[in-house]
Design a protein around this ligand. Structure first.
Ligand code: ZN
Length: 257
């Protein structure tokens, strides 16, 4: 079995959890509502200026993540599977074929040009035209277009990036080590390009089927998302999931041992 290990000193900084909560709440007000089959799972990727991930001003948030765009996202997801806006990309699972495609996969998978909806979103706000853009590698799970973040990189992607999924990425497909639709490398390519203070993956609940897999196994699987600081955001606020002692980790409360 291939091993995915994260090397090196990880995240020194982190996103402001109060600002993260405000961002998640703002988006979730416009979650898709469908009948007779209700939509629970959906995911969004949001690109914001750095300042918005530090402040908790609703005015700032509405300016950079306009309500009109969120309403458009909501109505698009109520009939379709993917929405690509100026500041946000969103998807719900596509169950129309024999094999269902998870929201995360729909947003991160590369087309024949090596571009994904999420990388297209980041390109929209990438202003440094003088900097060389590295092309996606040919391999299916290759890196995306972005060079790794490092301090004072003039050619880096200098924004704030939040990925919110109602359910945490599932262990059976998204975080599997061998599934064709696993997302670790695709997500790493995006998150690795972003300043560690300004990136987060937020979720509301652990996926139902994963709650019986044991706290340690779920936590270990989350660690395969090397560059992705995870947070659970619920009514109490956003809590980091980095705690190594799985019995003390609040993100794993719903998971049985
Ligand atoms: Zn999944």
């Amino acid at each position: 079995m291939p091993l995915l290990l994260c090397f090196g000193p990880e995240t020194a900084g982190s996103i402001n959890p109060v600002a993260l909560k405000a961002i998640v709440d703002h988006v979730h007000q416009y979650h898709p509502v469908t009948t007779p089959v209700p939509t629970v799972q959906y995911a969004v990727a949001i690109s914001l200026p750095q300042s918005v991930c530090q402040s908790t001003s609703l005015h700032d948030l509405q300016k950079h993540l306009p309500v009109a765009e969120l309403q458009e996202m909501k109505s698009k997801l109520e009939t379709g599977f993917l929405y690509e806006g100026e500041h946000i990309v969103a998807a719900k699972p596509d169950k129309s074929d024999t094999r269902s495609l998870h929201s995360e996969w729909l947003m991160l998978c590369l087309d024949q040009n090596g571009v994904s909806p999420v990388s297209r979103l980041l390109d929209k706000v990438r202003s440094q035209t003088k900097c060389q853009v590295t092309r996606a590698l040919e391999e299916w799970f290759g890196s995306n277009r972005y060079t790794r973040w490092f301090p004072n990189n003039q050619c880096g992607w200098n924004g704030c990036f939040v990925f919110f999924s109602y359910f945490a990425p599932c262990l059976g497909t998204c975080l599997s080590l061998k599934d064709d639709h696993r997302i670790q490398q695709l997500m790493d390519g995006i998150f690795g390009a972003i300043d560690e203070d300004r990136r987060a993956l937020a979720f509301k609940e652990v996926f139902l089927q994963d709650r019986g897999r044991g706290k340690q196994f779920v936590w270990n699987s989350w660690q395969t998302l090397c560059k992705v600081p995870m947070y659970q955001c619920d009514d109490k606020g956003c809590q980091s999931c980095e705690e190594k002692d799985v019995n003390k980790n609040s993100c794993l409360t719903a998971v049985k041992n």
